[in-house]
Ligand binder design. Structure first.
Ligand SMILES: [Zn+2]
Length: 864
């Protein structure tokens, strides 16, 4: 924090956003009385503050609150009443006192009222209907990044850590949950009770949580001394088992990994019917979207279970990294999230090694590279002045690129040294705040390596390198430059320190070469008889590889001999090169022909999604050619897998079956698959156990693509009466997968008429924008309704909705999209909009460059 002297003189732009440090909160005694019927709340905050230097006023944050009184007392003195000014623009409350306030400890007592809003931030309300259609209301909080100020007046910056003593006054019969255990439950004699919670550890305001409503809890699972529970609306407790299993394992795993006990006194995992993000790491009271926590394990696909395990492990990882040690300011949010993502993978990989979580992470890494290859990317860490700017940090670059470069560092330092460094960091900074440099220092102390010199390029430079490999005499020449989709032939001059691992096949096995490439180029000596070589061996590197044609040809002939993550990277990099104009698209399509017997799910994921991309680029008249190509690539593996679970299969193989049936029945438009899906679904209606949980979501998607009025009516009904969050999601997204305009129009209506939750509607629109059957309709709908959407949808989800514009692939659409954003002055925060527009540009350029070649190639694909 800056010193008080500077703050009173000239306020720099950045300083404007920071509260003066003349008064520092130590402790909040909060009493909140939510009225769920009126959707309001009343509160009292007694804030113990340390006055550092004589003041006559105090400034803290408040938004959408009315503050009725402000009184300052000191041990044994009479209250000094202050005048109150609220500034909604700066979201601040200013209290001016009639006398000078001397340094020392004071108690500031504030009485305030507020509204339980419907925007899923601050202190908000979530509503749901029970099985008999009766509506119910829950009050819940979402305070990160800067919305604690909507729940109570506070010093709402992460470095102002304090102890919180919370009391919730609620009607008898309603559950009340906050960050710590209940110490006293006091009946008030008026039909209400005051629930008093134990003091928290010193923590940041954005981690405070209150949840009030008709909720029920699972029995507690003990993890050492810590009780772990799952909370949900009545009637869903039977969906908590899986979460308890993952939670118990992860909590124990993190205690061991971090070498520190869990910092709270209990862990509650709460499923909230309306929730903007996936989950939120409030210490001891972690809130989730229902579909990220509750599941019927036996009826869920692998993908659905993996997501839940990921999210739970991620939030629990934050209890130490984020909650116990917190970033000093919002520029550090990337490390908070990147690290939790990294640890989530560590925990899930330890829990279910057979899920091969580090291999499947390749898909997420590739998604980050897709954004980071744009000119409009950003550096992982950047200066954050206005805290609103940190909204743009909750993206793929923070989570997935961040976790990727941490994994690259961990592999470079070795897992032991890395863990020692993390322990040192937590030990040094617990109950306090830290900067990125503090972690580098701790990792450096533990590993005796110069961390900043390796990491700075990845953290403080935008983008990532393209490593080109060419034969050079008996060896190889590797060179680097920045990868770019739109400026592929321009060298930006940027260079990275790249830990490169490459492997060459020789007569009796392999030889490995490791180098740290930090200049333009390096030579690598190879054994004389080297056959093929693979660069980025092991797949941990955050860079793309471009092989000289001769090398690519050899490697393509050896795909069966390289690891799944290496095959994944080979395809992912090749398609990116095609998008950037560095490889003819038809060469890429030829390459996919090498993978017809592929057995790894991730490799299929990149292959299928690249063909879906091509489908968005080509004209309608070539769709049947592409479908024929899809069938050619997928047929053999689908025939091998069949429709039924086979003895000894892994979970990943079962999920692959679902993935491929879905792709073949939708993108491949395979009539046999569609007809079989109808039979399977008919059987499912008679006997639910007759269909594997990995196949059912695929069957639903295929029936939507091939279906009409009757399927639509059935799926819509099943969406409304869904018994699990997963079932709800499957049918919901199926409604976006139909192809008839009239049906799609109904789905669009549902995004605004209250039939869909505002937490889901923007994502449904995003998927409608990228489908070739609905994109035109969806775009027209967005143009007509965007202002209503901006009001109704949670801000983060509203922003993500526009990601779908990258699906509007034509020069005319692109012009129109650009005009729309310019005319309406829509700002999505940070560089988000520029990124979406550039993704559209890349697709249109690809279309203009490749249309002719693709048309010729696809017309040669023979329909079966
Ligand atoms: Zn997180």
């Amino acid at each position: 924090m800056s010193s008080q002297a500077g703050a009173t003189m000239v306020l720099s732009a950045a300083m404007d956003y920071r509260l003066p440090a003349t008064v520092v909160p130590k402790r909040y005694d909060l009493r909140l009385e939510p009225d769920l019927v009126a959707a309001t709340f009343a509160g009292e905050a007694v804030i113990t503050v340390e006055v550092e230097t004589t003041v006559t006023e105090m400034v803290c944050n408040a938004a959408e609150l009315a503050i009725q009184s402000a009184a300052l007392t000191r041990e044994g003195g009479v209250p000094i009443h202050g005048s109150i000014t609220l500034d909604e623009t700066s979201e601040r409350a200013r209290f001016v006192f009639p006398a000078a306030i001397a340094p020392g400890e004071w108690k500031l007592t504030l009485r305030f009222t507020g509204t339980l809003n419907d925007r899923l931030h601050g202190f908000y309300r979530s509503t749901y209907k029970d099985a008999s259609g009766v509506p119910h209301t829950i009050a819940a909080t979402q305070f990160e990044a800067t919305d604690a100020r909507r729940g109570f007046p506070c010093w709402d910056e992460p470095a102002f850590k304090a102890v919180f003593g919370v009391t919730l006054v609620v009607p008898e019969g309603l559950a009340a949950v906050s960050n710590s255990a209940i110490v006293r439950d006091e009946p008030l004699g008026d039909g209400r009770r005051a629930v008093h919670f134990a003091d928290t550890i010193r923590m940041s305001t954005y981690l405070v949580a209150f949840v009030v409503g008709e909720l029920e809890a699972s029995d507690a699972v003990m993890v050492g001394p810590t009780p772990l529970r799952v909370w949900c609306v009545p009637g869903k407790k039977h969906l908590a088992r899986f979460a308890l299993d993952v939670g118990a394992f992860s909590l124990d795993f993190f205690e061991r990994y971090y070498g520190l006990p869990y910092p709270g006194d209990k862990v509650d995992l709460l499923a909230i019917p309306d929730f903007a993000a996936g989950a939120m790491e409030n210490l001891g009271a972690i809130t989730f979207r229902e579909n990220a926590l509750l599941v019927n394990e036996g009826a869920a696909s692998h993908a659905e279970l993996e997501r839940i395990a990921d999210v739970i492990a991620h939030e629990l990882a934050h209890m130490w990294f984020g909650d116990l040690v917190t970033m000093a300011w919002w520029n550090g949010i990337w490390l908070n999230e990147a690290f939790a993502t990294f640890m989530e993978l560590m925990a899930v990989d330890a829990w279910k090694p057979e899920w091969k979580r580090w291999t499947t992470f390749g898909v997420s890494r590739a998604a980050a590279m897709a954004v980071d290859g744009l000119e409009a990317t950003r550096t992982i860490e950047f200066e954050v002045g206005n805290p609103h700017d940190c909204r743009a940090m909750f993206d793929l670059l923070t989570y997935e690129k961040g976790a990727s470069v941490l994994r690259m560092l961990e592999q470079h330092l070795g897992p032991e040294a890395f863990r020692e460094g993390v322990r040192l960091y937590l030990e040094r900074h617990r109950y306090a705040n830290a900067e990125t440099t503090d972690l580098w220092k701790a990792l450096g102390d533990a590993s005796h390596q110069p961390i900043p010199s390796i990491m700075d390029g990845w953290i403080f430079k935008p983008g990532y390198p393209l490593v080109t490999v060419e034969p050079d005499g008996a060896g190889l020449k590797v060179t680097q430059r920045r990868f770019s989709y739109v400026a592929a032939d321009r060298d930006s001059g940027q260079r990275w320190r790249i830990p490169i691992v490459l492997r060459a096949a020789v007569k009796r096995g392999y030889v490995e070469r490791r180098l740290l490439l930090d200049g333009d180029e390096a030579s690598v000596a190879l054994p004389a008889k080297a056959d093929w070589i693979v660069v980025n061996s092991g797949g941990h590197g955050f860079y793309r590889v471009r092989y000289a044609p001769a090398l690519l040809k050899k490697l393509a002939g050896a795909v069966a001999k390289i690891a799944p993550i290496e095959r994944f990277n080979l395809l992912s990099d090749a398609f990116a090169l095609a998008q950037a104009g560095l490889m003819p698209s038809v060469d890429y399509l030829d390459l996919t022909g090498r993978f017809t017997t592929e057995s790894d799910r991730n490799v299929w994921t990149v292959l299928v999604s690249s063909l879906a991309y091509v489908n968005r680029v080509i004209g309608d008249e070539h769709r049947s050619g592409l479908a024929a190509l899809v069938r050619h690539r997928l047929d053999e593996e689908v025939a091998l897998l069949g429709w039924e679970v086979q003895e000894g299969e892994t979970e990943l193989e079962r999920q692959l079956r679902g993935d491929l049936i879905r792709a073949l029945g939708t993108l491949g438009d395979d009539v046999d698959i569609q007809s079989r899906a109808r039979d399977v679904y008919a059987r499912y209606r008679e006997d639910e156990a007759s269909v594997d949980a990995n196949v059912l979501p695929a069957v639903i998607a295929v029936l939507a693509a091939a279906g009409g009025e009757s399927e639509y009516a059935e799926f819509r009904e099943r969406f409304k009466s869904a018994r699990t969050p997963q079932e709800e999601q499957r049918y919901l997204y199926a409604l976006a997968g139909f192809r008839k305009a009239e049906l799609l129009g109904r789905t669009l209506e549902m995004t605004l008429n209250g039939e869909m939750r505002s937490q889901d509607a923007p994502y449904v629109i995003r998927s409608l924008l990228v489908s070739v059957y609905s994109r035109g309709l969806a775009w027209d709908f967005v143009k007509r309704n965007w202002q209503t959407m901006a009001r109704q949808y949670p801000e983060s989800a509203y922003t993500r909705m526009y990601e779908g514009i990258a699906g509007l692939v034509s020069a005319d659409s692109e012009r129109e999209v650009r005009a729309f954003f310019a005319d309406n002055k829509i700002d999505l925060g940070g560089k988000t909009l520029q990124q979406y527009l550039e993704q559209l540009r890349v697709a249109v350029a690809f279309q203009e460059r490749e249309a002719e070649a693709l048309a010729a190639y696809l017309s040669r694909q023979r329909p079966r």
